[in-house]
Every structure is written in C-alpha cells, then in structure tokens.
Ligand binder design. Structure first.
Ligand code: PRP
Length: 179
C-alpha cells in the first residue's frame, strides 16, 4: 500500500502537533457551552478520534454519513445523507468535524440541512482545506492545514475506500487512479 504514495504531505508528528493546537483552541472557545461534535463519516473517523482527545470540555458526539463522491477522484456534485443524527440538536452548539473541505458542496449542504433544526450555533472544523477547489461559498472555522490541489489519502481519507489506514497524509501516485 505505501508504495502507492508519491510523497508524504503531513507526517504523524505534524498531524499530532497541529491537532493538539486545534483541540486547545476549541477547548478555549467552547468552555461551558457543552458542544456536540458531529463527525461526517467515513473520512472523519481518525481525525475525530485524535481531535476529541485533545478537547477538554464536557461534550457529546454523534455521526452522520454523507456521500458526495463515487469511487472517482472528483465530486459528482450530488450529496446523499445515508445516516442522520441520532439525537435532537435544538439549542446545542454544533461542531461539524470533516477530514477535508474541497469543493465545499458537502459542508454547505450539511450546514443548511442542520441549521433548520435550530441549533444554538454551527461551526466547522476540518483537518484539510483545499481552497483552490472551492465551488460553494463556505469556509471552516478551524482548519488544520491548507493543501494543494493533489489527490491526498491517508489518516481517514480514501481512494476507492482504500488507504484510510495510512497513519500519515500523502499524495497518491497518479498511475494508481488513472489505471
Ligand atoms: C469527502 C470528505 C468530505 C467531502 C469533501 O467525503 O470526507 O465529506 O468529500 O468534498 P467537497 O468539499 O467537495 O464536498 P466522501 O464523499 O469521499 O466520503 P468519505 O468521507 O466516506 O470518504
């Protein structure tokens, strides 16, 4: 699997350091607000697990499944909710947790979808941000790293459902997805 990686973009140590900073920021901002973290599966699972262990406030968590990509490398533009929240979020401070903000179509849809449930606030934390690819008018409140327009995998991010278990973020060799 690792031979398919062209270049490592963020090592385990870099991820750990930056995520600790994000956790500290969220801890300072959400003290006494009892936020609910909403992870967007599946890409969020590694980041969310590490981030939440760096957050020192009373909080709860829930998950949604939203699918906007097929097995290809670019968004189809269609967003499908395949798993909704299990609890009401009215009056709660919601923090959506994403692995990557790319075109922004997923998060922009999700933010609107959740806002009609009357949460006290909604903010977004994303590990990676690819602003050069943005198509929807949306930005993250907390962002780990800005990334170039390359196909990145690992640490939760997949290509055709694989590579999520890489412990770092790397650029996939183009021959892998142009096969
Ligand atoms: C990825 C990622 C975001 C979305 C970002 O999800 O986790 O949800 O794409 O892209 P956008 O900003 O262009 O909308 P994907 O649909 O690949 O599912 P996954 O989380 O299961 O990998």
């Amino acid at each position: 699997m690792r031979q398919d990686i062209e270049r490592i973009l963020f090592t385990e140590e870099q991820l750990k350091g930056r995520i600790a900073e994000l956790g500290a920021q969220i801890t300072a901002d959400y003290r006494d607000r009892n936020p609910i973290f909403v992870g967007v599966l599946k890409g969020c699972f590694v980041f969310m697990a590490d981030l939440l262990r760096c957050v020192d406030v009373y909080c709860t968590m829930d998950f949604m499944s939203v699918s906007s990509y097929g097995d290809g490398v670019t968004s189809t533009g269609a967003v499908k909710i395949t798993k909704d929240l299990s609890r009401d979020i009215a009056g709660r401070h919601v923090i959506i947790v994403e692995d990557i903000l790319d075109s922004g179509i997923t998060l922009s849809y999700l933010k609107k979808y959740l806002s009609v449930r009357n949460p006290a606030s909604i903010s977004i934390v994303t590990l990676l941000d690819k602003p050069s690819r943005r198509r929807a008018d949306i930005s993250a409140d907390y962002s780990g790293f800005e990334v170039e327009d390359a196909f990145v995998v690992g640490y939760g991010l997949d290509y055709a459902e694989e590579y999520r278990n890489l412990p770092y973020i790397g650029i996939l060799k183009s021959e892998v997805y142009s096969k």
